[in-house]
Design a protein around this ligand. Structure first.
Ligand SMILES: Nc1nc2c(ncn2[C@@H]2O[C@H](COP(=O)(O)OP(=O)(O)OP(=O)(O)O)[C@@H](O)[C@H]2O)c(=O)[nH]1
Length: 405
């Protein structure tokens, strides 16, 4: 290989367990014979089954990829530094010109992307200038997408990441919301009309990504290699709920045709803690995604966060109101974001609620009414809120288990 100092492009594949990441990787390796790739395969278990499968494939195709197995942990957390040191060693030899990374099924895509885009403090190797993140790909299993979201089937105990108790649906939502290309795989197992509907939902959850339907991971390699599509800022701002907050309504025709809608609920008075907790635990089935922050009466110190992905709902302390910061720090915020002053309340500052709901075939009007009923009434505004029972506790965004109360 000729001497070359250009950064090595990197494509990262994420996706739930069994979505088809290894199948896609093998498809790429066998259809791009010219591709001189190194491959990092991450598996949570002790035995790296995926690496074996990739290894077998590359023997078959007589490619001689260098395959690095990262087992017994996740490259988005515990193995971050180890992975960098490995790819650093690879880069020194430099007898390959593309790096493919298969994350584990529960990997969060943002830290993995950050590792390549910005490095990692605990690692000796600094990837900036040596590697260049080219494309973030998420593989979604079309067949289990519905089932997982509709019935919460994915919520089995042994699939929860022991490190932070995240459930697979939350990892799936991250993978959908942070990527450049979304492969809707296993399309052979789902009828076309359902695929149309799923695609409408994915487009609403993630308006920026290129969505491609695949069977057995058979994607045109040009869609995920050397695309130059990765852009950290754009990717981190591209989630549908975030766009909804920033820009308000703008629905794709496809979304409307399939009854996929979203709206923002705003309030500058606090919610009654028990009423809103009960509502969060009993949102309509059609709500696929809900996200935002809210003010819970009696907790003027902290901005509460809401995060619903599929069947999983988390709510609890999330951030700080600017109004509860020391004056000097508040001034710095105002200097940086003058528009904050516009919605500033003399008594309550920036306290308030802003929640985005994305769903399919739900009754928006009724939900808005139910939300409004959770906001304090005029009489309640005069009460002592500190006597209200607080279902949210002090931990960061607990899983809400209030539905049966
Ligand atoms: N019917 C069908 N099966 C598929 C498709 N893609 C992959 N599979 C099968 O689904 C299973 C899981 O595929 P993998 O490629 O191993 O999935 P993965 O995402 O790498 O799985 P983990 O690494 O375990 O998270 C395998 O048995 C594949 O043969 C598809 O498009 N259609």
């Amino acid at each position: 290989m000729p001497f070359n100092n250009d950064p090595i492009p990197v494509t990262i594949l994420s996706g739930s367990l069994g979505a088809g990441k290894t199948t896609t990787l093998n498809h790429i390796l066998s259809s791009e014979r010219e591709l001189n790739a190194a491959v990092v395969v991450n598996d949570m278990g002790e035995v790296n089954v995926d690496a074996d499968l990739v290894e077998r494939e590359s023997e078959l195709t007589q490619n001689d990829e260098e395959i690095i197995e990262m087992s017994n942990g996740c490259i988005c957390c515990r193995l971050r530094g180890d992975m960098l040191d490995e790819v650093g060693r690879l880069a020194e030899e430099r007898d390959f010109d593309y790096l493919l990374v298969e994350s584990s099924g529960i990997s969060e895509p943002i830290p993995v992307a950050q590792t390549f885009a910005r490095g990692f403090e605990d690692a000796e190797f600094d990837p900036t200038g040596v590697y260049e993140l080219d494309t973030m790909v998420s593989v979604v299993d079309a067949h289990s997408f519905w089932q997982g979201f509709d019935s919460g089937q994915a919520l089995t105990d042994d699939s929860v990441d022991p490190q932070d108790n995240r459930v697979p649906e939350e990892a799936l939502m991250d993978q959908i919301e942070f990527c450049d290309v979304l492969l809707l795989n296993k399309c052979d197992l789902v009828p076309d009309n359902e695929l149309d509907e799923m695609e409408a939902i994915l487009e609403t959850l993630q308006p920026r990504a290129e969505i491609i339907r695949t069977e057995h991971g058979a994607v045109d390699p040009r869609e995920i290699l050397n695309t130059g599509r990765f852009d950290f800022e754009a990717a981190s701002q591209s989630a549908g709920w975030m766009r909804e907050l920033q820009e308000g309504h703008h629905h794709e025709a496809a979304a409307e045709e399939h009854g996929v809608t979203s709206f923002v609920f705003d309030a500058d008075r606090p919610f009654h803690p028990e009423r809103i907790a009960r509502l969060f635990a009993d949102l309509p089935d059609g709500i696929i995604r809900a996200k935002g922050f809210f003010w819970s009466a009696g907790r003027e110190d902290v901005a509460m966060g809401l995060d619903k992905a599929g069947q999983s709902v988390r709510a609890g302390p999330k951030g700080t109101w600017i109004a509860s910061l020391p004056k000097a720090q508040q001034e710095r915020y105002f200097a940086a974001r003058p528009e904050l002053k516009e919605d500033w309340d003399d008594q309550w500052g920036d306290r308030g609620s802003e929640l985005v709901f994305i769903g399919r075939e739900f009754d928006q009007e009724t939900l808005v009414e139910r939300l409004e009923d959770c906001v304090l009434s005029d009489a309640e505004m005069e009460e002592d809120w500190s006597v209200y029972p607080d279902p949210f506790g002090f931990e960061d965004q607990r899983e809400l288990a209030l539905a049966d109360d």
